[in-house]
Ligand binder design. Structure first.
Ligand SMILES: *[C@@H]1O[C@H](CO)[C@@H](O)[C@H](O)[C@H]1NC(C)=O
Ligand SMILES: *[C@@H]1O[C@H](CO)[C@@H](O)[C@H](O)[C@H]1NC(C)=O
Ligand SMILES: *[C@@H]1O[C@H](CO)[C@@H](O)[C@H](O)[C@H]1NC(C)=O
Ligand SMILES: *[C@@H]1O[C@H](CO)[C@@H](O)[C@H](O)[C@H]1NC(C)=O
Length: 424
């Protein structure tokens, strides 16, 4: 009613907002949801809007945002509709053609901002998340159009990341820093993060591997190098709890921040998929521990919503042998030599390997979450208190449920009543 053809509606004023080129970002981003929900009539009604989009815009547009929102949205809907709407693929290709010159740099890394009409960029700076989050879309576009150029551009970036070494500003294998100079083909800082500005680059390695059905070992290798280094250098645990934290890490000085973004909450889902794909049970332990933190950050607030980021203290490096043990337990356990009976076994940390959702017939429809019993760890608090409709935690919960079959990851919707919120 108020914002058709625009990116966003402002619900208080009914005015529009166009932060993503003004091509109808919400509409295109929602196409795949319409398909999944069977809203075929809505879908048919918005197709004419899609065909009106003009991607030849004389403005600075974000290459990354355009690819994940528009190209990803168009291609997902095209696939889900079994190619019933050829216009979706046609528009996807128009957009990719408008962005393609942004990839013609010395390094092959695309500019952050691009003017499709003037064919110029005003900035040589970009981010690892921006160059590492085009591969799935471009590979899929090449697949459907049978034009290899998109996949080739994407592969050039992947190859650059694969061969990046110390002279490119990389200090630890797999831990790609955030800021990149497109022209020089170098990292400009040393901070690696799985939160804002880093996140999806790491996610895409695994998803590329899965998309190519394991046929390209390079994608699996890039993923595993990153995960191994992340676990070794970046991951933090809170003694006596299941809570794990994944803060930004300075790869030059080997210092960690004490903050974590909600954006980082995609990691549990990624690790759970990777744990299954590569048979790595410890990655599943880490996935569950990080998800504990993300869910705790929702369930321990008065609104049941999570803040954009938070800080913590009293942490220490993740260690599979001491994870979830309190300092008191660990001190006591050193005396196992003098103890009788089986108490020595308490010092061994064992974690069950995951089952498959289909193996477990005991899943109950009306599972309800127990009250939060963990007292708030001292020093754990919200920083930026906004909730930006972030999907990462829900996606991770969904993946963890599908991979483990554990009913604790289900949330009962059928029991929900307005005055009886399910989370408390
Ligand atoms: C926005 O639209 C709603 C629904 O039509 C209406 O109730 C509301 O008064 C409008 N707000 C403004 C500021 O016009
Ligand atoms: C693009 O960005 C530059 C630098 O920020 C600015 O000078 C220019 O006006 C912008 N162009 C458009 C069309 O927005
Ligand atoms: C980007 O780098 C190139 C090559 O070093 C240089 O010619 C150009 O002026 C730079 N652009 C900006 C906006 O800094
Ligand atoms: C270039 O982009 C970086 C990172 O987005 C930003 O900090 C910087 O201000 C930009 N420079 C110009 C000239 O727009």
């Amino acid at each position: 009613t108020y914002a058709l053809g625009h990116d966003e509606v402002k619900p208080l004023t009914n005015k529009t907002h166009d932060p993503f080129g003004g091509w109808g970002a919400s509409l295109v981003d929602s196409l795949s949801t319409m398909m999944v929900m069977g809203l075929d009539e809505t879908m048919d009604a918005v197709i004419p809007e899609i065909s009106k989009i003009n991607f030849q815009l004389d403005e600075n547009v974000s290459v990354f945002e355009s690819i994940i929102r528009y190209l990803g949205g168009l291609l997902s809907a095209y696939e889900l509709s079994d190619a019933r709407h050829p216009i979706l693929l046609q528009k996807a290709e128009e957009l990719a053609q408008a962005l393609l010159p942004a990839f013609d740099t010395a390094s092959g890394l695309p500019y952050h901002l691009w003017n499709p009409v003037k064919k110029e960029s005003l900035n040589n700076s970009t981010l690892i998340a921006e160059v590492g989050t085009v591969q799935l879309e471009f590979m899929v576009l090449s697949h459907h159009t049978r034009n290899p150029v998109y996949a080739q551009k994407a592969q050039k970036i992947t190859d650059w990341l694969d061969k990046a070494g110390y002279r490119h500003g990389l200090n630890i294998v797999g831990l790609f820093p955030t800021d990149i100079d497109v022209h020089r083909g170098r990292f400009k800082d040393a901070t690696c993060t799985f939160g804002a500005m880093g996140d999806s680059a790491f996610e895409y390695f695994l998803k590329e591997y899965l998309l190519a059905e394991g046929s390209v070992p390079q994608y699996g290798r890039l993923y595993l190098h990153s995960i191994d280094s992340m676990k070794r250098y970046m991951l933090r645990q809170l003694p006596g709890s299941e809570l794990l934290f994944l803060p930004p890490f300075d790869t030059r000085h080997h210092t960690a921040k004490r903050t974590m973004d909600h954006l980082t909450c995609f990691v549990p889902g990624m690790l759970a998929m990777g744990a299954k794909t590569f048979d790595r049970p410890d990655d599943m332990v880490v996935a569950k521990g990080l998800l504990e933190t993300c869910v705790y950050m929702y369930r321990s607030t008065a609104t049941g919503l999570c803040s954009e980021n938070w800080q913590f203290e009293n942490d220490e490096p993740y260690n599979p042998l001491t994870y979830s043990k309190s300092r008191e337990q660990l001190t006591a356990s050193r005396d196992w030599w003098y103890m009788q009976g089986n108490s020595a076994q308490d010092t061994l940390v064992e974690h069950e390997t995951s089952g498959n959702a289909h193996d477990q017939e005991t899943v109950t429809q009306s599972y309800q979450l127990p009250p939060v019993s963990l007292p708030r760890p001292s020093g754990l608090q919200s920083m930026d208190r906004r909730y930006l409709l972030r999907p990462e935690t829900v996606e991770s919960i969904w993946i963890l449920y599908r991979v483990t079959g554990d009913p604790k990851y289900q949330v009962s919707v059928d029991r929900y009543k307005d005055d009886d919120p399910p989370f408390f």
